[in-house]
Design a binder for this molecule. Structure first.
Ligand code: ZN
Ligand code: ZN
Length: 396
């Protein structure tokens, strides 16, 4: 068959000319362990109290970024308690250390103040930044989001109205700036998270969270180990192993999952926005062509829509995103032209948490997008949360 891409949208008697194999999406509702539940409830109670205080003072709008950050912590707690602590923020953006050393102290101080976590929102993904970095022009992003952008075709700053040219040496992390600002800066060094997280055994990367356990169980249940196993099954699909892509929004979650995967049983590759273009190309090529490599751990923020990964016929989404379109696009890396097998999608959520409310909100956004906006605008409109959304997410 040699259809061109343009034919995809064409309908004949109401049916598309090219029919993709079916995709089935299932929601896996997982129970927290009792210690995870206790950790989560404490976090939720604290953030509800804070939200009520903002509401009582009439300052919900002014604290939009703070509220997003509290929501981020709740969402992360559903994946793994250690993410809430933000362990991974120190190891990024080393390329820029030389550049930072040459900047005047005043400029470094200015950039540092832009990175204050309680104020910043990433201009690319509209979430509080993961591994926050600030550009030379003073705009704050997730390290992953901006790296992904810089290594793409376009190296202009993606902040609205900003046309600065960016390189990997003009993106600064907090640690980089801090190390270049001379002594006597205790006042700015003490910008701590608004949450006090109690030290306990589950706030450690060695702890296996319920979601990670469930993910490993799913991967183990898929017939993806060896091509030879698939041969024994017979059927139409025996020529290639059935591979899986696992998505998360957070590179920290991918790190944690890696701790629980045994490379002796299951070979995986990884793809995230912090990797160089050549490293990403290699990971995709090996996943698509090497029969021994059966799992791809992938960041939802690693944005290349053209990426073809039809070697996979299982997709696992570790966490939920506000905007359902982003999830659809992730699934479409596998469910697209060239896919010859049915695709199964597992969406993992934790029972009785903010994720229930995100699911409900996604449904609303889906309806809103399909009724009011063209597909092109769906992303921008659905990503931004309204005051009403925030109230619902905290209080329902
Ligand atoms: Zn971002
Ligand atoms: Zn800029």
């Amino acid at each position: 068959m040699n259809y061109s891409f343009q034919l995809l949208g064409t309908l004949v008697n109401g049916e598309p000319i090219i029919k993709l194999p079916p995709k089935s999406i299932s929601l896996k509702s997982i129970e927290f362990s009792s210690e995870e539940r206790a950790f989560y409830l404490k976090l939720e109670a604290d953030s509800r109290q804070q939200f009520k205080a903002y509401a009582a003072a009439g300052t919900v709008k002014q604290n939009y970024a703070n509220i997003l950050l509290m929501l981020l912590r709740l969402r992360q707690a559903c994946d793994h308690p250690v993410l809430v602590k933000g362990y991974y923020a120190e190891a990024v953006a080393r390329d820029s250390l030389e550049m930072a050393r040459q900047l005047p102290r005043e400029m470094l101080m200015n950039l540092f103040s832009q990175l204050d976590t309680s104020l910043a929102i990433c201009a690319i993904c509209s979430d509080p930044p993961e591994d926050a970095v600030v550009t030379m022009c003073g705009h704050v992003f997730c390290y992953q989001c901006v790296s992904d952008h810089i290594t793409g075709d376009d190296n202009l700053c993606p902040a609205l109205g900003c046309k600065e040219v960016l390189g990997t040496d003009s993106v600064f992390s907090k640690a980089t700036l801090k190390s270049c600002i001379s002594d006597g800066s205790d006042d700015i060094a003490s910008t701590s998270s608004s949450f006090h997280v109690d030290e306990c055994s589950i706030v450690q990367s060695g702890y296996v969270s319920s979601k990670i356990k469930a993910t490993v169980d799913i991967l183990n249940s898929l017939e993806i180990y060896h091509a030879s196993e698939a041969e024994n099954c017979g059927g139409d699909y025996s020529d290639k192993p059935a591979k899986a892509i696992v998505f998360s929004q957070w590179t920290g979650m991918l790190d944690l999952l890696e701790f629980s995967l045994n490379p002796a049983f299951l070979q995986y590759r990884r793809l995230d926005g912090t990797m160089s273009l050549s490293a990403r190309d290699r990971a995709v090529r090996e996943f698509n062509t090497d029969p021994e490599v059966t799992v791809m751990l992938m960041s939802l923020k690693a944005g290349n829509l053209g990426l073809n990964m039809v070697a996979a016929c299982h997709v696992i989404l570790l966490d939920l995103w506000w905007n359902p379109t982003t999830e659809d696009q992730a699934i479409d890396r596998a469910h697209r032209i060239g896919q010859t097998r049915p695709v199964t999608v597992s969406r993992l959520t934790i029972k009785d948490t903010v994720e229930d409310r995100i699911l409900a909100l996604q449904e609303e956004k889906r309806k809103m997008v399909s009724s009011a906006f063209g597909e092109d605008q769906a992303g921008a409109h659905a990503t931004k949360l309204t005051m009403e959304d925030l109230r619902y997410l905290f209080m329902a």
